[in-house]
Structure formats: C-alpha cells, structure tokens
Design a protein around this ligand. Structure first.
Ligand code: ADP
Length: 379
C-alpha cells in the first residue's frame, strides 16, 4: 500500500493567506483556514502562526500557489534557487502577486527547510496555446525580447474542472471540446481542445478579457491616456481605475458583488440592470468566440463563486446559444447543488456546474512530484 503523506497547500495572496492540509493519496482534507487583511509586514508572523496551529499534524510537503510562471513553467515544479529566481524575475508581469508568493515560499522554507516545496502556477495550463492565440498584433520583437504575450490565468481551476468534466461526461478529455467559464471576482473563459488550453480570455495580466467585479476587461487602449487626462493622473493611476473601480462596481456604482448588483437590479436600479447585462453579455460573446475557435463544443462548464451559485447568470449567458445546441433545463439550473448537469436531456451540448478545487490540484501535483522524485535512503 502507498504511504500516506500530508500536503500543506499554501496560497499567499496580495492581502490574504489561505491554507488547506490534505492527506494524500486519500485526498482527505484535514484542516483549513482563510486569513484576510494581511499587510505585507505581517506575512512572516501570519505564516509562523499557521505552522504553530498545525504543530499537531505531520507536514510532509508544501505546495505553493504562484500566479505568474511566464513561459518558464509549463507544469508544477519542486522549488530550488533557480525557480525562485525565475519567480522573482516574472514579478514584472505580476507585481502585486509574484513578490508575495515568493515571500510566502521563503518564509515557509525557513520554517520547514526539511520538506519538499512545490510551486503551482496559474499560467501553466495555458502554455499549450498556439501563437495565434497568445501573440498580440504588436511588433514581434516585443514578444521575443520582452515576453509581451497572452499568458492566461486561473489555469489550475480550468484544469480541475476539465478533469471533473471528463469523468462526469464519461468521455476521455482527448475527445472533448470544452468551454470552461471561471466566474468569480475575477473572470476567465478557456477553450479547451482535447485536454489542452487552446485559448483563454485573460492576457499578459489578469486585467484582460471580460468585465469582472472591479476590473474592466478589454477596452480600447486609446482610452487610457484619455483617462489620465480627465483624472489628472499617470498611467499607473489609470490602470488602477481599470483594475479597482471598473467592472460591476464601475458600471453599477453600487458594488463589485454580483449579489448586491442583482438585488438592486431587481428593485429597478437601471445602472445595476445595465451592469448585469454587460457582465453576462461579455460572457455570452466570449462563448461565441470559443464556439468558433473549437468548431463547436461538447460541454460548457460553470465554476467559481458566480458560476457555481448564480442560476440567473448561467441562464442569461446561455440564452441565445440554442443554435449551437446549448439548451438549459430551467429546473435543473435552479435546483442544482454542488456538481451536476443543468442541460435539458435534449441538449446536444452538456452544460455542467462544477465547484472548483484548486487546492486539491495543488496537493495532487505536489504528491505526484514527490512520488517521482528519488527519496534519500535513510542510513
Ligand atoms: P475569488 O475570485 O475571490 O476566489 P469567488 O470565486 O469566491 O472569488 O467568487 C466571489 C464572487 O462570487 C462574489 O464577489 C460574489 O459576487 C459571487 N457570488 C457568490 N455567491 C453568489 C450567489 N449566490 N449569487 C451570485 N453571485 C455570487
């Protein structure tokens, strides 16, 4: 029988620390916590307190979430000095995330230098995209010299739901065309062809693509200098507006939380109605784009906070996709709890709700790497 190992999954975000401790290969969740509003100078003491809290558990390896892996990382990897250097170097693309991810790694390594640490990248799953998906129509040297291209994000989530979808559909992923809609406070859609990411909506950074809770998604880039002029700010100030004051929040003027926007829309607030319409139209249009990219689709997946919990959004997004064989069952869509199908039995395309579980992917990757790494023989 395989030896059991405990994997600590650590996700150090820009203002939070989330962790889950899994027993592998049983996938049993032993404990978890989500610590919010952490300031940069509090990370060390926060992470130390996590390890103190976990002192009664054995920890055999640690799996760290890293947002940007650039072109260097196509898979999860054991962390060594070279990997850390590359994560640091990639901070230029993810200045809010990679430095914090790296800080988390370094603190955890200083506390537990004796165990294997693994990095799992949000971008890795999308490294299969062809140049026609990832290149911007800019001078080619910008790509070659500076790495300006689409990288895509939420890769761990898209990979998880793809693997669940093939099990639910009882078809190997190598035969499936899937459109995975991760709709949380960040939103990204991925066209998955035969088990690989073919195209995805986020770009060089997670600001691109569809409108989100507070992010604008794609806009005409010429708007940026105009915002600078109107707001008497610099480029960083304008980008901050696109990142933090746009999307549902910007259009509604009420909230970045879809639940609030929907409640006010229901009461007749026009800007909230507009924000909801814009949000769902972006999703609908992007599915259209990927129907073309994939030459049709076998399954559409909804995941993350909104995708898992909002039947209204799922219905609005799928309305008008009947031409492509996407037919939702109203009752199933309203009543679904957890994982399942929401398409009508007559729908050629399967439509699924799949609660994402990025942490389980991170634990599994670390455990797989542990199994494939030669272990030192004890004397
Ligand atoms: P994050 O990207 O922060 O992990 P989540 O995937 O947890 O985000 O999604 C958070 C968002 O999900 C919230 O901002 C909220 O708008 C939305 N949400 C959660 N539950 C519901 C619900 N029942 N109906 C509509 N939206 C919901």
């Amino acid at each position: 029988m395989q030896e059991k190992q405990n994997v600590l999954v650590l996700n150090c975000g820009s203002s939070s620390v989330k962790y889950k401790l899994y027993e592998m290969p049983t996938k049993k969740l032993l404990t978890s916590d989500y610590l919010q509003q952490i300031k940069r100078d509090q990370y060390e003491s926060t992470i130390r307190s996590v390890f103190d809290k976990l002192s009664s558990f054995e920890i055999n390896m640690i799996s760290h979430r890293v947002v940007h892996g650039g072109e260097s990382f196509k898979h999860s990897v054991p962390i060594d000095d070279r990997v850390k250097e590359q994560i640091r170097e990639l901070s230029r693309f993810a200045p809010l995330h990679n430095p914090i991810n790296l800080l988390g790694i370094e603190i955890a390594q200083s506390i537990r230098p004796d165990v294997m640490h693994v990095a799992v990248f949000d971008t890795a799953f999308h490294q299969t995209m062809p140049p026609s998906s990832y290149l911007y129509a800019l001078p080619y040297e910008y790509y070659e010299k500076y790495g300006i291209r689409k990288y895509g994000f939420h890769g761990t989530s898209h990979r998880y739901v793809m693997n669940r979808a093939q099990q639910m559909m009882e078809m190997p992923k190598e035969k499936l065309r899937l459109i995975s809609c991760h709709i949380g406070s960040g939103v990204s859609i991925t066209a998955i062809r035969f088990g690989e990411s073919l195209d995805t909506s986020m770009g060089m950074t997670p600001l691109a693509g569809l409108s989100m809770g507070t992010r604008s998604g794609n806009i005409d880039p010429a708007i940026i200098p105009y915002i600078e002029e109107i707001e008497k700010t610099d480029t960083a100030g304008a980008i901050e507006i696109l990142n933090k004051k746009s999307g549902l929040l910007g259009v509604s003027g009420v909230s970045n939380d879809l639940r609030d926007v929907m409640a006010k829309a229901e009461e007749g607030n026009l800007r909230c109605q507009l924000a909801l319409e814009l949000f769902t139209t972006h999703l609908h249009k992007h599915i259209g784009l990927y129907l073309a990219r994939l030459n049709g689709v076998d399954g559409i997946i909804f995941t993350a906070g909104v995708g898992e919990n909002s039947p209204e959004v799922r219905q609005l997004v799928c309305n008008g996709l009947e031409f492509a064989g996407v037919i939702i069952d109203r009752e199933a869509n309203l009543n679904i709890k957890g994982e399942g199908f929401i398409n009508s039995p007559y729908s050629p395309v399967k439509v699924m709700v799949i609660p994402t579980n990025e942490e389980l992917v991170m634990a599994t990757d670390a455990f797989q790497l542990y199994l494939s790494t030669p272990q030192p023989v004890m004397a």
